[in-house]
Unconditional design. Structure first.
Length: 149
């Protein structure tokens, strides 16, 4: 089996953090937004620090919980998600490589895993989640679930 090139600790597309984009070419005109789109808060531009704490987290098949903490470490970026009553108040560590899109208007982070895959992830350890060995174990789990998709 080929080793996975999926890096769970890096944003797959940094534009996902800035709200995503449909893609454009240098010659293309900006798309028209929906009526009244300029009246509310705007998505941050690339490179703008964004605090995702409090954002809702959605799996491919439903809500997981909300972001309790987020890192901006260069080598290992992650979200700590409080699942609330869904799995008895358990927290999970989600590598940002699982994030497909961030909707700043709805304050929602979308991930490419199912609720079951998140539920089966390694137990969150509040004393070790910043340590390399623990992150390796979590990263290996998400690499394996990436292969199964």
């Amino acid at each position: 089996m080929q080793p996975s090139t999926f890096n769970p600790w890096a944003w797959r597309d940094p534009a996902a953090l800035a709200g995503g984009y449909a893609g454009a070419s240098p010659d293309a005109a900006p798309p028209d937004g929906p009526e009244g789109a300029g009246d509310g808060p705007d998505a941050p531009g690339p490179g703008t620090p964004v605090d995702l704490v409090g954002y809702r987290v959605e799996a491919t098949d439903g809500r997981i919980g909300s972001v309790d903490a987020a890192s901006d470490d260069t080598d290992a970026r992650w979200l700590v998600v409080d699942t609330g009553p869904w799995i008895f108040g358990r927290k999970v560590l989600l590598p940002v490589g699982t994030v497909t899109r961030v909707d700043h208007l709805d304050r929602t982070v979308h991930v490419d895993r199912t609720r079951e895959q998140v539920k089966e992830s390694p137990a969150f350890d509040p004393d070790a989640y910043r340590e390399t060995g623990y992150r390796d174990r979590v990263g290996d789990y998400y690499r394996e679930t990436y292969r199964q998709r």
